[in-house]
Every structure is written in structure tokens, then in C-alpha cells.
Design a protein around this ligand. Structure first.
Ligand SMILES: [Zn+2]
Ligand SMILES: [Zn+2]
Length: 333
């Protein structure tokens, strides 16, 4: 734990850099950020629904003069919890990797809305998705993907401040991007860092995600704003990288013994990681590791919804409370 409080809202990182942090970092509760210099302003990601994003933009505009007019929005990746509020950032350039734009095809807010309203039609997967996404309202969302794309690297100027966009996907998603502000020693990682929670490797190779962690570890940074969880440091990146390294090492013998990824999920020694939030995500990461180990010439593309049934069973097996249990106990909804 650093010296930052883990409270909802805007956190001043100094020199015009900000983190917008949303505890508890579990399913759907994502972070965003802002980089400013003078009147110039860059927004890092939006949130999972219009209400959450509108609230965030209001808080930013009330506290940061430059936020009155957001010139640039950068999406760290395509996942809805980082992009579904994009339509509210009117007039901004929206920038992301080519992979991120391709990845937008995976998401249909109307489908998610339908599942949340009527989970029965998707069985166990539907019920777990409805549980994961119950704090959110997916009505009224129009997918608004980036209009400017790049590959590998892109340098932006925010006022006189240099911001480096560094493509590190496919890893967690198809188009993961780090947003690095070298002069301020700040990096926004998107979901390359889940801080105090379990990462989920939708794409991989997992090795590529480990490499992305190593890129962050080699940066001269003091503050790391994760995609989920509290404001972090390199120590948190190291801890999450070790999870990916350890899971890869512990999974390989199970793969070589001929187990399916699903059987392996119940056999693998999670060790200390069993206590991490949302540990059921090991299911998806093992599926990706199985593809990694297979070394097939083309990687298969998996439909995400069925994984939610498998993760629901794993979560029960691990004896975890329902997702957002604390949120719904502490709030009057
Ligand atoms: Zn994500
Ligand atoms: Zn996320």
C-alpha cells in the first residue's frame, strides 16, 4: 500500500496529472485519469456506463479548469468498462490502437443490457454476468470507438507536456496501450495492471503481458494508475507480473499431463493468489495459456459469454461471496 487513500474520486498526482479512482476495482469498477498542461487536457478512458462517466466528468470539470474542454480521449483498450462512456466526451479526438478498434466488435451494449435485464436466457453465464454488472445501466450507450489509430508508439503533446502511447497488446485485450508521462513519472496502464485483484488474460499470449509488466518496471515512474484498484507503484506491477509468471509455470505440467484448461483450473495450486479478489478469473487465463502452449499457427478466438458460467462455478468452488456483495450491503440500492 502506498500513501494514497483508496477512495472514490479524483486524486491529484501532481504536475497536472490526475487519477479518477473507483473502488473496489472488482468486475466493472474501473479507473480513469487526466493529464493537463495549461488549458490542454487529455482524458484516459471513460467508465462503464453513462451515469458513472457523467458523474466523473462533472467532478473533473469542477476541480480542473482544463477539463472544461477535453481535447483528446485515449482508450487504453476496448473493454466496455473503459469505453462505454466515450459518447459523452463530445468534440474530443479519440485515439487508440488498431487492435483496440478491432476489439470494439466484441462489444454490444444492447446485448449486455439485455442480459442484465433478462439473464435467464443465458443460463448460468447470464446470471453471473448480471451479478458482475448489476451496479451498471447499459441503456442509451452508443459504441464510440477511436477515430484515430496508431501502431506501436505515438507521441502526443498536451500543452508543452509529452505523452507517450505505447502499444503492448495483445495481452489482456487485443489492443492494450500504456500512457506514459515521462516528465511527471506517471504511467496509466489500463488493464495491464489489476492492482489488489486478479488479472484476466482474454487474449494473450500471457508472455506478452509479462513483457508489458517488465516495460513498466523499467520505466522511471513513481505513480502507476491501474485499470482497476488503488493508485499503485511498481511494487504492485511486480506482484501481478509474478502471478502471471507463477500461473504459467504451475499450468504447464498440467497441460503436458493432458488436462483440459477447465480441469486444470481445479487442480492448479493457486497458493497465496487464492485469496485475491475475483480469483475465478484463472479460468480465462488458463484457456489463454492453453492456446499459448499449443503454439498453433493461428490463435483461436473464443466467445466470452460461456466463460462466465465456468467462472461462476469456480467462484463458488473457491467459497467467495457474490460479486459486489459489500457494495450492495453498504449502499442502499
Ligand atoms: Zn479490460
Ligand atoms: Zn477493465
Amino acid at each position: 500500500m502506498g500513501h494514497w487513500s483508496y477512495t472514490k474520486g479524483l486524486h491529484d498526482l501532481g504536475n497536472g496529472c490526475w487519477g479518477y479512482i473507483v473502488p473496489d476495482g472488482s468486475w466493472g469498477w474501473s479507473n480513469a485519469g487526466m493529464v493537463t498542461d495549461g488549458d490542454a487536457c487529455l482524458l484516459v478512458d471513460t467508465l462503464f456506463d453513462l451515469k458513472c462517466t457523467a458523474e466523473m466528468l462533472e467532478v473533473m470539470r469542477a476541480s480542473i479548469p482544463a477539463a472544461k474542454e477535453i481535447g483528446v480521449l485515449v482508450n487504453t483498450h476496448a473493454d466496455g468498462d473503459h469505453t462505454f462512456g466515450n459518447q459523452l466526451v463530445q468534440g474530443a479526438r479519440i485515439i487508440g490502437t488498431e487492435g483496440t478498434v478491432t476489439d470494439f466488435d466484441r462489444f454490444d451494449p444492447a446485448l449486455l443490457h439485455g442480459i442484465a435485464q433478462n439473464p435467464d436466457q443465458f443460463g448460468k453465464a447470464g446470471h453471473f454476468m448480471a451479478e458482475c454488472f448489476r451496479p451498471f445501466d447499459f441503456s442509451g450507450i452508443t459504441l464510440t470507438p477511436p477515430t484515430e489509430t496508431f501502431r506501436d508508439r505515438m507521441t502526443l503533446m498536451v500543452g508543452d507536456k509529452r505523452v507517450e502511447l505505447i502499444e503492448v497488446g495483445p495481452a489482456h485485450s487485443l489492443g492494450d496501450t500504456l500512457i506514459y508521462v515521462p516528465d511527471d513519472k506517471v504511467v496509466y496502464t489500463g488493464d495491464i495492471l489489476f492492482s489488489e485483484g486478479t488479472p484476466i488474460a482474454w487474449y494473450g499470449p500471457v508472455k506478452r503481458w509479462i513483457d508489458a509488466c517488465n516495460i513498466v518496471l523499467e520505466m522511471d515512474v513513481e505513480v502507476v494508475v491501474a485499470g482497476h484498484g488503488p493508485i499503485s507503484t511498481k511494487e504492485d506491477v511486480r506482484r501481478m507480473r509474478d502471478y502471471l509468471v507463477d500461473m504459467t509455470e504451475r499450468a504447464r505440467p498440467l497441460y503436458e499431463a493432458g488436462l483440459s484448461y477447465l480441469d486444470a483450473a481445479y487442480k492448479i495450486d493457486l497458493g497465496e493468489y487464492r485469496d485475491w479478489n475475483d480469483a475465478e478469473r484463472i479460468i480465462v487465463t488458463l484457456r489463454t495459456l492453453w492456446d499459448d502452449f499449443e503454439e498453433a499457427p493461428t490463435r483461436p478466438v473464443h466467445v466470452p459469454i460461456p466463460f462466465f458460467a465456468e467462472m461462476a462455478e469456480m467462484r463458488e468452488h473457491l467459497g467467495k461471496p457474490s460479486v459486489h456483495h459489500d457494495y450492495f450491503c453498504n449502499h442502499d440500492h
